[in-house]
Design a binder for this molecule. Sequence first.
Ligand code: FAD
Length: 343
Amino acid sequence: MTETIKTDVLIIGAGPVGLFAVFELGLLDIRAHVVDILDKIGGQCAELYPEKPIYDIPGFPVVTGQGLVDNLLKQIEPFSPVFHLSRMIEKVERIGDPLFRVTTDAGDIFEAKAVVIAAGGGSFQPKKPPIDGIAAYEGKSVSYAVRQMETLRDRSVLIVGGGDSALDWTLNLHAVARRVTLLHRRDVFRAAPHSVEQMRALVAAGKIDLCFGQVVGLEGEDGMLTAATVREDSGRVYSIPVDHMLPFFGLTMKLGPVSDWGLDLHNGELVLVSTETFETSQPGIFAIGDINWYPGKLKLILSGFHEGALMAQKVHRYIYPDKRLTFQYTTSSSSLQRKLGVL
Ligand code: FAD
């Protein structure tokens, strides 16, 4: 029989917000286990844009998605969180006041006094273009995210889409790839105007190609692409030689099992929380980061960090009901510094 893992808090999601929650809880002597569906730590930052620069993390003028995750992991080291990867939390049941039994699709059972949902967009999946036979190329020469730019060095890359991801990767990859071709249905882009301007400047300088139409067929062998067949709105069909295709058609964010846990939701998609404590409609269950909603919510990493700090204050009341919580700064509190291992 599976042994029940007991912990103060179970955090659902190892994205940046779940990671920083470990820190805020740790400062208050609250231990956490963290579970994620993905086989890696870091949520969207590690899965969708590990090498892209982020410019709005306070104190970091620039840091890549993976760089931020690495720093967060270093920052939470003193609190020794236990990670359980490649498993999805399926069920959260109240068995005490508050005490929860939480189970994963891999059969793990946790018992926690509080549950923190930091599940981002839930289980996110790339939207795939409807091209016959595309599955044979997926993972080899068609991918929906760039894990390592180096794997595309000196390759002919076809980027398909007109949003931020398509434009950002066009700008980032043109210096690495042998040739980048950006393909979009028409000459109107949803991406940030500044990125569109930069892309047009590269086209004008002859450094990248811009084409219009939709991919209607793929050519290649053993999963390795050699060309994409494109049809323009006018009906003209032509072929683009290509080694690797990156379709960026957005993500479907599926709330997944979170919707079955009896929580009040906003528009059936996001978990409603109090902005004082980031507690959900169920006492003892909290929601922070992209998964929650409250008036004025911004889906930014820095918002999730703030939410984690306030959440920890309320969780402390559940874990240590008889202990008074005194507000302290890490710069001046020797007690906090001892917990961080710097004193
Ligand atoms: P996520 O990073 O989504 O992590 C949630 C984790 O929960 C995932 O790993 C998921 O697998 C896991 N999970 C979900 N459901 C379950 C379950 N049932 N069981 C177990 N695990 C589960 N933000 C900024 O502030 N600045 C930027 O410049 C910026 N740039 C971005 C660029 C791109 C291309 C994208 C896609 C996003 C960008 N963002 C940016 C948004 C930022 O990445 C998100 O706000 C942030 O990742 C949210 O963190 P999170 O921890 O709440 O969720």
